[in-house]
Each structure stands twice: as structure tokens, then as C-alpha cells.
Design a protein around this ligand. Sequence first.
Ligand SMILES: [Mg+2]
Length: 160
Amino acid sequence: MKYFKPDFELHHFSDITADWLRKNQIKTIFSDLDSTLASHDRPAGDDLKNWISMLKKQDVQLIVASNNSQGRVDRFCEPNGIIGFGKCNKPAASRIEKHMKNVGAIKETSLFLGDQLFTDVWCGKRAGMKTALVKPIGQEHEPVQIVIKRKLERWVKSRW
Ligand SMILES: [Mg+2]
């Protein structure tokens, strides 16, 4: 079960600070959207807007990589001036690897950030990046198939 263990377990995306980024030599963050950056199908909050300006100041690129529709990703990303890709087909890594090439990211300085082990962490590992798992935001808005996956995640985590 260690295979699924992320490099970092964080409480929230805002635990990633300028110092943290420097220490871990991260230049690009690929991030899941729903339950990682905002509640399911909700827009960005002020804490996210502040975090995005910190990343810009640090010259760290944020790329949203979601399995949700491109429409959802665009509605979320455009007002915040960030790049986002929908229908990423996580945990498969092929689309992420293609996006890495397109934005000029290399695995050594990339981080995959997400709230789901079998989707986000697994995908980041397959793409050869460092991985960070965060606690899901707004779980009360999650669809039922995600609630079921959470039970399996808890079982795997109990065996690390
Ligand atoms: Mg998610």
C-alpha cells in the first residue's frame, strides 16, 4: 500500500507557502480542481485568489488538471487568470504528460496536488512528479461515487 503514499500530506493548498516551494524546488504545480482548490462545482474563494498571487510572485506556474468537463475548468480558471485542462483522464498519466510538454514543465520540479489517492496521487506518481495530498474541501457537495472512493482510501491509508 506504500505505493500510493504521497510525498506530502497537507491540510490545505495554503500550506504550500513560498518557503515550502523553495525548499522543495517546485516550479510547476499541477492541481486537481474539485475538493482540492474549491468545493465541488463552486468558484474560487478569496484564500485561493491570495494563494494564486503568491504563486505568481514566486514565479511558480499553476495548472489545473481536472477530470471534470472543460466548461467547469474554464469557468473556474478564466476569472483567476490560470491555465486549466478538463477531461484529464486521471489516474492515467498520458494527458498530463502531454500537458507537461506543452507548458514546458519537467517532472523533477513539478508537483501534483490533489485530494484523491487513486486519482490525483496515483496520476502524479505515474507522471514521475512529487505528490501532495490535501484534505478535501466541502465534502458535503461531493457526488456519491467519490464518497465510496473515500472509504477505500481510508482502508489503504490505515495500512501505510
Ligand atoms: Mg478532487
